[in-house]
Ligand binder design. Structure first.
Ligand SMILES: NC(=O)c1ccc[n+]([C@@H]2O[C@H](COP(=O)([O-])OP(=O)(O)OC[C@H]3O[C@@H](n4cnc5c(N)ncnc54)[C@H](OP(=O)(O)O)[C@@H]3O)[C@@H](O)[C@H]2O)c1
Length: 239
């Protein structure tokens, strides 16, 4: 059941995070939005409350452990507990390794991998104290298959999946651990210099981010003893 669940979402200012917040709020969840662009969070929060939803938001850079602690604290202060943390924030630079954009490599590791670890570090003690809780982490089909130009990005997402599998095993019988892996999704995701032909092919088949929001919602709405551990949602046309 979604109604009444308290759900914090990183990367809620756009794309998959934004539409997931909207769907969960529409279904009666109390949502706590985190991202760096607080102007966008403010607008989204206004949209949710105007529609009758309950919402809070906090400036959150997932590279800063204290920001994730604050996001969890905002959920607890405002709504009394935290039921679900959605680790969704992510970035990708699509570029060949030969460019040696080492700063971009660091950034992807910091946001995509370490950002998830910091989210877990902030919420795990709270979930343990409550005796329940769910982590939903947004990985990628790049967590299953590496393609040229996405080598480091893919490495971070493989790492996220490996970490979440270990988290699931260590979490025990009371906590749920879910990984949702999107394929090509129509958001403003990704920077760098993707091959224009490849970009056109991706744009032609990318599916709406609402498909990911529905998958995340499905995992959350299951009964407490049902852990949807892994979901892959890709365009039918994606190889
Ligand atoms: N779109 C795709 O084709 C696709 C495919 C597979 C997986 N994914 C995954 O889906 C997730 C969401 O991506 P999207 O497609 O929705 O792209 P998006 O529209 O670019 O959204 C990315 C979100 O991450 C946030 N973010 C980036 N750096 C951050 C940081 N340091 N701290 C906090 N938030 C940060 C952004 O917010 P701010 O900039 O406001 O901080 C934004 O809200 C990512 O994990 C991505 O890897 C996407």
């Amino acid at each position: 059941m979604i109604e009444g669940k308290i759900v914090a979402i990183t990367g809620a200012s756009s794309g998959i995070g934004e539409v997931t917040a909207l769907l969960l709020a529409e279904r009666g969840a109390k949502v706590v939005l985190g991202a760096r662009r607080t102007d966008l969070l403010e607008k989204l929060a206004a949209r949710i409350s105007e529609a009758g939803g309950e919402v809070a938001y906090a400036a959150t850079d997932v590279r800063r452990p204290e920001d994730l602690e604050n996001l969890v604290a905002v959920a607890r202060d405002r709504f009394g507990k935290l039921d679900v943390l959605i680790n969704n924030a992510g970035i990708a630079y699509v570029e060949p390794l030969d460019e040696l954009q080492v700063e971009h490599w660091d950034e992807m590791i910091d946001v995509n991998f370490k950002g998830v670890l910091y989210g877990v570090a902030a919420a795990l003690p709270v979930f343990r104290a409550q005796g329940d809780g769910q982590f939903v982490t947004v990985a990628s089909t790049a967590a299953f298959k590496t393609v040229p130009g996405q080598t480091v990005y893919s490495g971070t997402k493989f790492a996220v999946r490996a970490f979440c599998e270990g988290l699931r095993q260590e979490a025990g019988p009371n906590l749920r651990v879910t990984v949702v892996s999107p394929g090509m999704t129509a958001t403003n995701f990704g920077s760098g210099k993707p091959d224009p032909e490849l970009k056109a092919r991706v744009d032609a088949i990318a599916i709406a981010p609402e498909a990911m929001a529905r998958a995340i919602t499905f995992a959350i709405e299951q009964p407490a003893d049902v852990d949807v551990s892994e979901v892959v949602v890709r365009p039918t046309a994606q190889a």
